[in-house]
Structure formats: structure tokens, C-alpha cells
Ligand binder design. Sequence first.
Ligand code: GLA
Length: 383
Amino acid sequence: MSLAQQSAEIFRRRYRREAEAVAIAPGRANLLGEHVDYNDGVVLPAAIARGVAVAAARREDGLVAIHAADLDDDVLFRIKDTAARTNAAGGKIAGWALYPAGVAHVIASRGAETSGIEAVVTSDLPSGAGLSSSAALEVAFARVWRALGTWAPTDLELALACVETERTYVGVECGVMDQVASACGRVGFVLDLDCRSLEHTTLALPSASRVVVADTGVRRELAVSAYNTRRAECAEAVKRLSAVLPNVEALRDVSGDDLDRHAAVLTPTLLRRARHVVDECARVQRGVEALARGRVEDLGTLMVACHESLRTLYEVSCPELDAMVEAACNISGCYGARLTGAGFGGSVVALVSREALDAGFAAQLARRYAAATGRNGNVFACV
Ligand code: GLA
């Protein structure tokens, strides 16, 4: 049974009626362009065939009742109380429920009519694993409200409403990549997304290659504050560089030569952060060429260089992510691997040959990771 069917079935049993709308939204694995979206650069995420499904039907009383089937948890709130973040019992809306509440709040703040709903949400994405489970949750609920109310955004507008939710309601100063990948990505393709113009096209993955995701199982409590710190460091680097380079509005506008010439205006930390972003923008450009030519080995090499840069310059890796990347790269048939998403724990994305996958790459990687770290990872191939 598909995830959508599961959510519809649980809905039927729980509420004794049929759902009026069932929406799904995928997670994503980013192949190249990490910590680049909020620097206005180009990113290459792939929507994956794992995600979030929501089955829902309208309620006339303005209440939103959601059952999170995987967590066996429930929330009940009124749309008009989402601004105050209070639930129907007068307590605080918190945790996973902030995402649907935030989406309802953002849609309502745009003047659209959002009806009360009862809903069931299910997911087969590990949460906090760097695979955009929160963006998928936002996009799935936004799709439900699009289907059941007067709000009629395009997929891109819907994604941007979800970005606003994450920034203003949840408090993560994220870029646009995850929500756009979830709302506009196509399974089986890589999205070539320009985070400044928001123009996007799809690129086919070479047919001989497969994407494997390997969750280290590591979650870091401070990930959100560390992420927001990186963002602030990039903004500070832009402020200092634009004083000497007037056309610079984001790190995307800075070349490697610019950075060499004006390194003195940055502190050593800011220079490392800027260097990662500038180099990564160049890697994405080469990655797009590699994809266009079907040169999967070149893409893999760029992914390995990206991980090294995230580890040493952007400093968002951890020993378990490094161990997973090393284990993956040592298995024959692996073109490259790197941490994907924000980092600070979470997952590695690996690009491998079809033969390697058929020969048991995933099981082998899980074994090697366990031997190196004593931890159980969760390794799976994705479409
Ligand atoms: C998180 C954010 C994205 C992006 C990545 C890092 O996933 O939500 O906007 O910044 O980290 O590339």
C-alpha cells in the first residue's frame, strides 16, 4: 500500500468517512550546492520517493484536528488561534504541530479562506535526517489546504508560503531549496534551481547511476542555532565584501579571485565560510555540465570535494558523517558521497552504479559504518 493509501485508510477508520483530499510531498536529497541557497546560488536537489502523506476532509467548526499516525500523537487547534500558537486546550502548539499550524497561519495571513479540517498524516522519511522532512510536512499540508479552500497558488508560490512558515513561524532562517524541491521536484530527476531568480529546470540522472541515502542516526540538538549562525556569518561576509566590491549582493556574486584579493576584509572564520560558498557555486556549475554530458564520475568527484569543503571550511560535518562518507567511497562502484542537507548529523547521499547497488551496496555500507562507529545507520536506495 502506498503512503497516500495508508493515510486515507487510517483516516477512514478513525473518522468513519472518506477523505476529501489526499496530498503527498516528497523529501529531497541534495546532490550538490550545499549551504548555497541562502547565498542566492544554484542547487541540485533530487526529490525522492519517500515523503509525507496527508489525508483530510473539511470541518465546519474552524477546528483543525490532526492525527500523526507514526508518532501516535494528536493536535487540536483553531485556525484563528494559530497567530498566538495556542491549541484548543489553551496550551502551546509545539513540535511537529508547528508546521501545519504555521502553514494555516501563513495562508490565512494572505487573505485566503482556510477551512478547519480533520486529517491524518503519515511519513516514511526519517525526521531530522537532513532529508527535508519538515519541508515535506509543510508542502503536504499546504497542498491539502490548496485542495480544500480558496487559496490557489502555483507550486512555486505554495513552496514560498512554506518557506515563510519555516522562517517566521518555526524560526529556522532556511533558504528556498527544500520547499521548492518538494513542491516542484519530479521523482527520477534532479532539479536545477537558481535560488535567486527561482528559475528551475529538471535534469535526468545518468541511467547507469543510483542515489543511495545513508542516515547516520546522529541528531544534534543545536543544529538550528548552528544553522542560523552560518547564515549570519555569510551575511556578515557579504556586508564586508560589498564595501570593497560594490556589485556584490550575495556570496553568489563573489568569484574565487575576488575572495583572494579581498581576503583581508574578512576574519579567518568568515573567509572559510565564504570560500566554501564560492567554491561550491563553481562546483555546481561543473556538476550541471557533468549531468548534461552524463559524466557520472565527474559528478561523484565534485560531491567528494563538496564534503571535504563542508568538513573543513564550513564546519558542519561530524565524525559519523565523515565515517559514512569514507565507508561509501571505499566500496567499489561508488562515484562519490557527501553529507546532504544542513549537516550537524543527519544523512549522507551517495551516487553509485546500478551494478554496485544490485551487488548489495546498501547492506555493505551499513555493515562498514557499524564497524567504524558502533552505530546502526539506515541505508536505502531512492528513486
Ligand atoms: C537546510 C535548509 C536549506 C539549505 C540546506 C543547506 O536543509 O532548509 O534551505 O540551506 O539546509 O544547503
